[in-house]
Design a protein around this ligand. Structure first.
Ligand code: ADP
Length: 268
C-alpha cells in the first residue's frame, strides 16, 4: 500500500480535517519484481555459456595448445555453448515480438492441417533420434482459420518438440484434432489440437507454472535437451493473441496432453 496524508484548514486557517488516501500498489510492485527477476534470469542464462566459452578459450591457448584431440573436443563443446546462446537470444526476441504484437489481430488465412504436416516433417529427425513414432491424425479436408502463420508454426513446433524431448524416448507422440461447433470453453466454433505424449507426466503443482518464463521442472534436463525455458511462455502469448486457450493435462506416470484451442470463426 502507498499511503498519503494531507491536513486541511478552513478559510480562517483553522484545522478542518485530514485526508488519508490508500493506493494499492501491489500490481505495480509485482510488475517491477517480475521485470527484475526476468533480467536476473536472462543474465544468469547468458553468463553460464559465456563462462564456459572463456574457460575453454583459455585452455585452448594454454594446456590444450598442442593436443589436437583435446582441441577438437573443446571446440565441439564451444560450438554447443554458442548455439545455446543463439537459441536463447532467438527465443528472447520471439518473446518480445510476440508481446508487442499481442494487441494486433492476426490476418493470415492458415490451413491448420498443412501447417501441422510441415511442422512434423521438420521434427522427423528429432523423432528418429528419440526412437519415437510421431502420429498425425488430421481431418479429411483442411481447416482454414485466421491467424499468424509463423506464430502458429512456432506454437506447434514448441509443443511437439517438448513432447518428443520430455516424453518421446522409445514411445509415441500423437497429434489429433477435434472440431467443436460451439466449444464450451470459448463459446465459439473451434478446432482443438491435442499434442499427447506417453512420458513421465507432470506433477500437479508444476502445471500452472509451466508457462512462466524460465520455469523448468528439471533445469539440468532441460538444458541438456537444448531448452531455453521460454518455449511455453512464447506459446501462451501467441495463443492469447489468437484469443484461444492452452489446456495442460498431465499426471505422473500418465503422460501429458497439451491442447491448443483456436477459434474458427472469421475475424472481423
Ligand atoms: P524448455 O526450453 O525447458 O523446454 P519450455 O517452456 O518449453 O522450456 O517448458 C518448460 C518446462 O516444462 C520444461 O523444462 C519441462 O520441465 C516441462 N515440460 C514441457 N513439456 C513437457 C512434456 N511434454 N512433458 C513433461 N514435461 C514437460
Amino acid at each position: 500500500w502507498d499511503v498519503t496524508c494531507a491536513a486541511f484548514r478552513d478559510t480562517g486557517g483553522q484545522f478542518a480535517g485530514v485526508m488519508i488516501s490508500f493506493t494499492d500498489v501491489s500490481d505495480l510492485e509485482n510488475a517491477v519484481a517480475m521485470r527484475r527477476d526476468f533480467v536476473a534470469n536472462v543474465s544468469h542464462e547468458l553468463r553460464t555459456p559465456l563462462t564456459a566459452l572463456s574457460g575453454f578459450i583459455e585452455t585452448l591457448n594454454g594446456a590444450a595448445k598442442d593436443d589436437p584431440a583435446a582441441r577438437a573436443r573443446f571446440l565441439g563443446i564451444m560450438e554447443n555453448e554458442a548455439s545455446r546462446m543463439n537459441r536463447l537470444v532467438g527465443d528472447l526476441l520471439s518473446l518480445s515480438r510476440v508481446e508487442s504484437d499481442e494487441r494486433m489481430r492476426p490476418t493470415d488465412e492458415v490451413g491448420i492441417g498443412a501447417l501441422l504436416r510441415s511442422v512434423t516433417q521438420v521434427l522427423k529427425p528429432l523423432a528418429t533420434d528419440q526412437n519415437c513414432d510421431l502420429l498425425l491424425n488430421l481431418p479429411e479436408s483442411d481447416v482454414i482459420l485466421t491467424g499468424d502463420r509463423d506464430q502458429l508454426q512456432q506454437v506447434f513446433t514448441n509443443l511437439i518438440e517438448n513432447a518428443l524431448k520430455y516424453g518421446g524416448r522409445n514411445k509415441s507422440v500423437s497429434i489429433t484434432t477435434e472440431m467443436f461447433d460451439n466449444d464450451p470453453l470459448l463459446r465459439a466454433p473451434t478446432i482443438r489440437i491435442l499434442v499427447q505424449d506417453q512420458g513421465e507426466g507432470i506433477a500437479a503443482e508444476h502445471i500452472p507454472r509451466l508457462t512462466e518464463r524460465f520455469y523448468r521442472i528439471d533445469g539440468h534436463r532441460s538444458r541438456e535437451m537444448g531448452g531455453t525455458g521460454l518455449g511455453l511462455a512464447i506459446v501462451k502469448h501467441i495463443i492469447n493473441r489468437h484469443r484461444g486457450r492452452l489446456r495442460i493435462e498431465s499426471a505422473p506416470g500418465q503422460g501429458s496432453c497439451f491442447t491448443v484451442i483456436l477459434r474458427r470463426e472469421k475475424q472481423a
